[in-house]
Structure formats: C-alpha cells, structure tokens
Design a protein around this ligand. Structure first.
Ligand SMILES: Nc1ncnc2c1ncn2[C@@H]1O[C@H](COP(=O)(O)OP(=O)(O)OP(=O)(O)O)[C@@H](O)[C@H]1O
Ligand SMILES: [Mg+2]
Length: 156
C-alpha cells in the first residue's frame, strides 16, 4: 500500500492511524533518507499510544523506551558504525521477545537482525512537502494489520 503525504501533519496522522491498531510485540522497520519523515511518523504513533514525552530524532541515544497505552521502543541506528554488532550488545534480541512495540529508523542497516515477521515502511522524498510512504507487510499478522489500516483510512 502507498500513501502520498502532503504535509508533516498528514504523516503524523498516518502514524497515529497505524498506532491505534498496534499490539504489544509489533515490529515496524522504517526505511528512508535523512528528513524523509520517519520520526514525524513515529510522533503520530506515540500520540496514538498516549505517550506524553515528546519523541524526537535521538542524536545521542540509539535506543529509547517510552511508556503509554503500550510500551514503545524507539531505535535509530543511523549513527552506529557497526549497527548489527552494537545492537546485539545492547540486548536487541531480548527486546524482540518482549511486549515492547519496536520502531526502528534506518532499519535497512540491520537487515540481518530483523525478525521474519514485521511491517516495513519506506519513506521517499517527492517534493518539499510531499513524501511517498509505502507499507510492506511480512507475515500474516502484518498483512492483517495492513488490511485494518486500509479500512481505517478509507473511513476517514
Ligand atoms: N509530508 C511530510 N511528511 C513528513 N515530514 C515532512 C513532510 N513535508 C515536509 N516534512 C519535513 O521533513 C522533515 C522530516 O523530518 P523527520 O525527522 O521526520 O525525518 P527522518 O526521516 O526521521 O530523518 P532522520 O533520518 O534524520 O532521522 C521535517 O522537517 C518535516 O517538517
Ligand atoms: Mg529521524
């Protein structure tokens, strides 16, 4: 599924729509260039989860835990030199088997660590205020999640 977002607010609303449908343990792999809207999307998710602490691009922290309706783990691997090894050291594997909703920015840098079942969300610059956002589900759980999201979006 593809959505053309025409503003940061639209990207946030899209994140919020998905956020409302997420369950503990869900894994979202976000892929896209600098400034393509990944963090903006995560802010929408955090709104849906009633997370009150603002989510931003973690410049020093690689990994940050948030608490709301569900627990959310926000990971940005952009600055890691050897992302897969460094994440393993942080205990990434344990998080994968937890009840955290896990959202990973620059997930393409840790392909080897991504679980088979996940939602991949790709962000592309189209124009100054336009971003093409593509959803690709891996596994039945995420296929169903995407069906639910489609239903919500057509109702809006
Ligand atoms: N349609 C849009 N959706 C999202 N962001 C947009 C859109 N149009 C313009 N922008 C702007 O693009 C920037 C997106 O920044 P954001 O931090 O979300 O990107 P990012 O993909 O997380 O980047 P990074 O890889 O540096 O973490 C913001 O400055 C935002 O205002
Ligand atoms: Mg970011």
């Amino acid at each position: 599924m593809e959505v053309l977002s025409k503003s940061p607010l639209e990207t946030k609303e899209l994140g919020k729509a998905l956020g409302n449908l997420l369950n503990p343990g869900n894994i979202l792999a976000l892929i896209g260039d600098l400034g393509s809207g990944k963090t903006t999307f995560v802010q929408g998710i955090s709104q849906a989860l009633h997370i009150t602490i603002p989510v931003n691009s973690p410049s020093f922290l690689i990994i940050k835990e948030y608490k709301g309706k569900h627990r959310m783990l926000h990971i940005d691997v952009y600055r890691l030199k050897i992302p897969e090894r460094e994440l393993e050291n942080i205990g990434f594997e344990e998080y994968l088997n937890s009840d955290f909703i896990i959202v990973i920015e620059w997930a393409d840098k840790i392909r080897g660590l991504l679980p088979k079942e996940r939602m991949e969300i790709t962000f592309e610059h189209v124009d100054f205020n336009e971003r093409l956002i593509k959803f690709k589900p891996y596994g039945e759980k995420y296929e169903n999640l995407l069906l639910e999201l489609k239903k919500c979006l057509s109702l809006e």
